[in-house]
Design a binder for this molecule. Structure first.
Ligand SMILES: Cc1ncc(COP(=O)(O)O)c(C=O)c1O
Length: 184
């Protein structure tokens, strides 16, 4: 959320009404305001119709969180992605429950976690790949990914060469993961 620019209660972010509370928590932690949006009963994913009417009613929306539940991508994932592009909104995909799944987009199999401005996965023990605690941010916009990494590493000032790790540009957090032990 921080990397996507959420920092103020005037930043409204649509979030599925049916998902883990972590989706709304992340928005609140960043300083924004979560706007719960209805889900479809067939996929339990964000409803395109509800997103459209929500956007009509709320002009403060800066982005949308989509969270495929139980490995099932939202029925209208591609249409919601297209709508975000059309309206200049970012799309953040919470793929914590669904990495490994894919959906059909205009005849192509597209993996969950690859279609949003930024996506997140969890590797907590109960997830598909469980290594204890933690997760990862996925994206193909190098600037956004670098901003997320910077903030997760205590937001150090950038110096020449190495980062000046004891001086800080912003109030960051330590969300780095330890190295994985190598199998013997
Ligand atoms: C959709 C979704 N998002 C986020 C989380 C939170 O992940 P973590 O437990 O790694 O904080 C979960 C965990 O159950 C989840 O199912």
């Amino acid at each position: 959320m921080k990397a996507l620019g959420v920092s103020d209660p005037s930043h409204h972010v649509m979030v599925p009404a049916f998902t883990c509370a972590a989706c709304a928590d992340a928005i609140i932690h960043a300083g924004g305001r979560p706007i719960p949006i209805d889900c479809d009963l067939d996929s339990y994913g964000l409803s395109l119709e509800a997103v459209k009417s929500g956007l009509e009613a709320n002009k403060g929306v800066v982005g949308i969180v989509i969270a495929p539940c139980y490995g099932v991508p939202a029925r209208d994932f591609a249409a919601i992605q297209a709508l975000c592009k059309e309206k200049g909104l970012w799309l953040c995909e919470d793929a914590c429950e669904s990495y490994g799944a894919s959906c059909n987009v205009r005849g192509f199999r597209v993996p969950v976690g690859s279609m949003a401005t930024l996506s997140v996965v969890s590797v907590r023990s109960e997830k598909m790949i469980g290594v204890g605690e933690g997760g990862a941010i996925l994206g193909n916009d190098a600037t956004l990914v670098a901003r997320a990494k910077w903030w997760c590493s205590r937001a150090p000032c950038r110096g020449v060469g190495l980062w000046r790790v004891y001086e800080h540009d912003a109030v960051g957090q330590n969300f780095r993961m330890p190295e994985m032990p190598h199998p013997q």
